[in-house]
Design a protein around this ligand. Structure first.
Ligand code: ATP
Ligand code: MG
Length: 298
């Protein structure tokens, strides 16, 4: 078995869409690093948790090989490589542990704008360009459609124009890239976001505790993300009506008041827009204050 290790190693994207959000999220979990000169390896200072900065394609393999313990990678990339392993008869070597709430996109089938889309049966016999051959092949098999998968490593969206494929299967977020290439999205294969990926087997040395701590902090962050502490005062006879305007909040907590009005406080899970605050004010809330929750351990 592998030698015991007492430092946790996390692979994140060196540059690209996931690089900055991944770093910020880990920093919000209390990690900090001393930047090394070549910037491929960042030595953890506040905790024994180091970063390896790599291309996102390499992250699943680094976990599979045990070079890294965790990675921040798009579910699309993780799923593609997991399916490719399965198709080669290899055992599962990583799994998504937590969704991280950024890097949202969809893996979609997109066809030329002038196609009259009627359903997946239309893909039969067509050539589909993609960087996600394993996910696409599995999806086509599942749909019972016989089409040709054309694997391209980049610039997938221009393949129909170049004549190397009839349509594509690619990541879509705003849809602007598709539109610029006269393509329209018609089917979703995968809803993706950045995930924290980890091994399928639990670690059995000091890294296990570090991993558990990191996961607990991540959960603490996601728990507080949309939660806000709402404070206000109101006349006693307005309290019930105000509570009805806050169905997404915990029961109103009464704080010691100054006689004429009640001081109220609640934890709200939904968005508190200006418009909503103005509505509460019209219903009798005074001195409204919204406070962000920064940390929480539950
Ligand atoms: P690398 O050099 O690390 O290989 P890359 O070019 O493969 O970078 P990026 O374009 O930075 O990767 O995208 C990384 C991840 O961001 C994708 O795998 C996906 O999970 C996510 N993502 C979110 N929106 C989009 C989008 N519109 N297009 C592509 N990826 C997106
Ligand atoms: Mg890549």
């Amino acid at each position: 078995s592998a030698p015991a290790r007492d430092r946790l190693r996390i692979a994140i994207q060196k540059s690209g869409r996931l690089a900055d959000p991944a770093r910020s999220l880990l920093a919000a979990c209390g990690l900090s690093w001393r930047q090394s000169r070549d910037k491929l390896f960042c030595f953890g200072e506040s905790l024994p948790v180091d970063l390896l900065l790599v291309r996102d394609d390499d992250i699943p393999g680094l976990i599979a090989d045990g070079v890294c313990d965790l990675g921040v990678v798009g579910l699309n990339e993780l799923d593609e490589q997991a399916k490719a392993r399965r198709q080669q008869g290899l055992p599962d070597a990583y799994q998504p542990l937590r969704g991280l709430g950024f890097g949202q996109c969809r893996l979609m089938i997109a066809v030329p704008e002038d196609w009259d889309w009627q359903g997946v049966a239309q893909l039969s016999g067509k050539r589909i360009a993609t960087s996600y051959p394993a996910i696409l092949a599995a999806w086509l098999r599942d749909k019972g459609v016989d089409a040709q998968v054309v694997e391209l490593s980049g610039s997938v969206e221009i393949a129909p124009k170049l004549g190397t494929a009839d349509l594509i299967c690619d990541l879509v977020s705003s849809g602007a890239t598709l539109a610029a290439n006269q393509l329209k999205p018609v089917e979703t294969l995968l809803d993706s976001e950045a995930v924290l990926a980890g091994p399928v087997h639990e670690l059995d040395d000091a890294r296990a505790g570090l991993m558990a701590m990191l996961l607990r902090r991540l959960d603490g962050l996601s728990r507080v993300q949309d939660r806000k502490l709402l404070m206000f005062s109101a006349a006693e006879e307005r309290v019930d009506a105000l509570a009805r305007l806050l169905p997404d909040a915990e029961p109103l907590l009464r704080l010691p008041g100054n006689g004429t009005s009640v001081r109220l406080q609640t934890m709200c899970n939904g968005a508190l827009s200006w418009q909503r605050l103005e509505e509460l004010e019209r219903a009798g809330a005074q001195g409204l204050m919204v406070l962000a929750v920064e940390k929480s351990l539950a």
